[in-house]
Design a protein around this ligand. Structure first.
Ligand SMILES: Nc1ncnc2c1ncn2[C@@H]1O[C@H](COP(=O)(O)OP(=O)(O)OP(=O)(O)O)[C@@H](O)[C@H]1O
Length: 268
């Protein structure tokens, strides 16, 4: 029987009383590899923040199965690179769950940091200040930190942004390694060809789920068109949507309903 890692129940997330993503129902199975796609502003990062708990739901719930430990990689733009830290400091943060904030790092810890850096192709980079790294090197460093975190659930927000083709290939290989280790992985991705080639499952968002399930089905032209229409019809200042009585059966549904959003989206 497939086990559940995450359960969304009528989940609505947003900022200052304005929903950014709403009415999400369904489950993420343990060991699954899911791409989260959608236009700019469609709610992808918001969903990641909701799952990891940085953002509290405005309504509904997101529930993690007991004992599931999460690692979250925000968008690079959210990272303060001017902070005077070396690569080893940034990667060692991945040991927090085991060592605590003030715990001493052992020789074994230092070895695991070096091994993680080797695994991402940055062997010997320990002492480099992080503000001297290229975008691709920084992303590799952040993947090394995720490696050390040894998490069951890995959430990556646009990890392929501003990195070269070789780095994308290496990062995809790491993601596949984690997938092979039966970790649960969700990745925000913009490049749909990359998604088609590497991600078995996809969630297509346009402030609400448009389609969710097998990648080939989710990324069918009619779904992409519907996502675009929903997105274009959305007005930033749409009022809080009225609660309604619909419920969804969970995973792999097609969420094409019409709500009362004032001047919000209308079904295609
Ligand atoms: N901190 C915030 N305060 C207010 N509104 C926000 C905040 N963060 C995001 N939003 C709004 O929520 C909506 C969804 O944003 P989100 O960042 O989740 O989109 P996204 O799909 O990740 O976009 P992108 O592809 O550009 O990263 C947008 O309208 C955005 O302006």
């Amino acid at each position: 029987m497939t086990k559940t890692c995450l359960t969304f129940s009528d989940l609505t997330l947003g900022y200052n009383s304005h929903p950014a993503i709403h009415h999400l129902d369904g489950t993420i199975h343990r060991g699954s590899l899911t791409a989260v796609v959608g236009a700019n502003g469609s709610g992808k990062s918001t969903l990641m923040k909701g799952i990891v708990g940085v953002l509290k739901p405005m309504a509904g719930t997101v529930v993690r199965a007991p004992g599931v430990r999460a690692a979250y990689l925000p968008q690079q733009s959210e990272l303060d690179r001017s902070f005077p830290a070396r690569v080893v400091d940034l990667v060692s943060l991945g040991l927090w769950p085991r060592r605590g904030l003030l715990g001493r790092y052992t020789r074994e810890d230092r070895d695991s940091v070096s091994q993680a850096l080797m695994a991402v192709g940055l062997g010997g980079f320990e002492k480099r200040p992080i503000d001297t790294l290229s975008g691709g090197q920084l992303q590799r460093t952040l993947f090394a930190r995720v490696l050390l975190q040894d998490a069951d659930l890995i959430l990556l927000d646009e990890p392929f942004n501003a990195v070269d083709t070789k780095t994308v290939g290496d990062l995809i290989a790491l993601i596949k390694r984690w997938h092979g280790e039966e970790r649960t992985i969700m990745v925000v991705v913009h490049d749909l060809d990359l998604v088609r080639q590497n991600f078995p499952e996809t969630l297509l968002l346009a402030r609400q789920p448009i389609a969710w399930g097998e990648t080939k089905e989710t990324l069918r032209p009619e779904n992409l068109l519907r996502a675009r229409r929903f997105h274009e019809a959305w007005e930033e200042n749409a009022p809080w949507c009225e609660p309604d009585d619909h419920k969804h059966g969970g995973h792999a549904h097609d969420h094409g309903h019409d709500h009362h959003h004032g001047s919000g989206p209308r079904a295609a």
